[in-house]
Design a protein around this ligand. Sequence first.
Ligand code: HAM
Length: 429
Amino acid sequence: MAAPTFRAPKGTRDILPPESARRRALVDRFAAAAALSGFGELVSPIFEDLGVFQRIGEATDVVTKEMFDFFDKGDPPQHLALRPELTASVCRAFAEHRPVAPWKVWYEGPQFRYEQPQAGRYRQFTQVGVEVLGTDDPQADVDVIALAARFFESIGLGRVHLSINSLGDATCRPAYLDALTAHFHEHHDRLSAQSQVTLERNPLRVLDSKRPQDQEIIDAAPVMVDFLGADTGAHFDAVRAGLDSLGIGYDISPRLVRGLDYYTRTTFEFAADALESAQNAVGGGGRYDGLVEDLGGPPTPGIGFALGVDRILLACDAEEAFAPPRTAVSVFVVDVTGGGRALDVCERLRGVGIGADRSYGGRSMKAQMKVADRSGARFAVIIGEDEVAAGEVTLRDLRGDGGQRRVAADALVDEVRPPTPLSTIDEDT
Ligand code: HAM
């Protein structure tokens, strides 16, 4: 009987070299940017108690429709879920460990949402992000938004625009919700059937509807920024003034409500104009001043964002930005004496930090040189019986003029070692 064939599950993908190297470089670039702004990395579990994620909002699609939840084998079994995002996990970790505030952490990793897969929308996708817990200073909002804006710029993405909004807080949002609910009830019969159901659970979510039938009613709906109280209004003004002072461009988008329920005050989204509008959000975030408390911690304001790595790379493709890094080894060892010498030479080079590779299976010189050429290595080191007898190797330049010369086997490391860049020379030496 033929063995069954398997494919990666729907909505998931294998990421092969060299694309995987490009993704790694992107995450490393983000890590460096976050470190420059004083963030340390938080590594948290990929699954948590389902209750942690239920705090994202009982009326959100992420919680009601998209959770990968399961029971473990415990007695009694625990109801767990693969994380759909990381903000709730960060707040759970803060409530558990009570670190000194403000606590500034960055993260990266896979997230899981049971969505209808399409280009740029997956069931497993990768986010990078930051969270700042323990301050409600609007300058923290500005710092966080600036970090994301600078990151997009640093990877060469030009066509990304920032939208911001304020969703108010517990003091001013109820009046807005009343006005919004009254508006939607007034036009109830013209709303789509789905929006009529959403209205009963969370009127804010109706603003998220992309259904054409709802658009006219949404466009005429009252907006939160007209309902901001003195404090939330001043906070929003300070965020805008900070962005202006840094020269970061943005639109105010009064209907930006985001897909998660924990937001208060500042919310924002980055959209890539190079992508289809249904999947053009390359990142988003905002304040969630009640979430830590909802997860059993002390009252602690928070602000952060997450960026979608998969979508950023799609936008980079469309803008021809952020090419894969060169990942070739420096040296390819061609050993026509049986292969044992390639084993030694590769280990010696790798031991001093010089990338080295080789062929296997005792192939002909011609076949090995073909692989060497394809490898992208700078040098081929050729070892034949002649070289062995002389205590030498042949060093061939694979990128320049293709010239070759004999060098003493003992001197090989110095011959192929790349020159030390000036910037890495320690000032004290
Ligand atoms: P989010 O808007 O749900 O926010 O996700 C952030 C980003 O993750 C999106 O802008 C998008 O680029 C990417 N993303 C989301 N779902 C998918 C998917 N199915 N496939 C591919 N990419 C996707 C959050 O997750 C919040 N935790 C952000 C945050 C942090 N708010 C405050 N702090």
